[in-house]
Design a protein around this ligand. Sequence first.
Ligand code: ATP
Length: 257
Amino acid sequence: MLELKKICKYYNPGTINEMCLFDQFDLKVEQGEFVSVVGSNGSGKTSMLNIICGSIPLESGQVLMQGRDITRKKEYQRNAKIGRVYQNPAMGTCPSMTILENLSLADNKGKRFGLGRGSNKARVEAYREELRKLNLGLEDKLEVKVGALSGGQRQGLALLMAVMTPIDFLILDEHTAALDPKTADRIMELTSEVVKEKNLTTIMVTHNLRYAVEYGNRLLMMHQGRVILDKKGQEKEKTSVEEILGLFNEISIECGN
Ligand SMILES: Nc1ncnc2c1ncn2[C@@H]1O[C@H](COP(=O)(O)OP(=O)(O)OP(=O)(O)O)[C@@H](O)[C@H]1O
């Protein structure tokens, strides 16, 4: 289980640009939940993910993972149990290294000498098999530099790398946003398969309302640092894109847009 407790987050504290984003923000994500998060620009979605991953500091509050307080743990320490896929296909993979080198690095995440261990034949075959399952034509490109791949191929690889070692949480930060619609659909299907197969607790930020409604078993909508909609289980299943769009309209009228 993941828990954010009474989180307070300010940007530019003590300056004229000080902005309070989260004031006593609470969120509990149960084991096995797949949470889709939508919300207007600037509502705090990415900041929330950054707080979970330890990428930004907090003013106060606690982050608990499996009941343990990890608030003071550094990002690299949390990474051992968190896999993250970013919007930018360039993040989460190393473009100047080959697919094999990237997979080997991901496979050795958390171990002391990542690259030094290299990859033995059995592991290479296992990587090839995993790549084949992606169905993105990567299984014969192990020696190709990742920078030469298409955005979709890179996101598929980034997803595979994020879940390669046993993790407790998968964090998806608009991971289909930079892809064409067909490729985005393929990556979303892959995501769903991986989440089911590994039974991963997942938080997915997306601006694609169809994905938010279709995938996952919980739907959150954020606005100005607060959760304004939280639907789970059957209630979530009944939620439609139109309903969410309606809420977006209400919010923008409220904000004078
Ligand atoms: N490093 C930063 N310094 C100052 N303000 C920031 C910083 N990062 C985010 N903010 C502000 O915090 C608010 C929330 O930003 P955040 O990126 O978390 O929102 P978001 O919901 O992910 O938005 P989007 O949908 O546009 O990606 C915004 O007003 C943003 O300007």
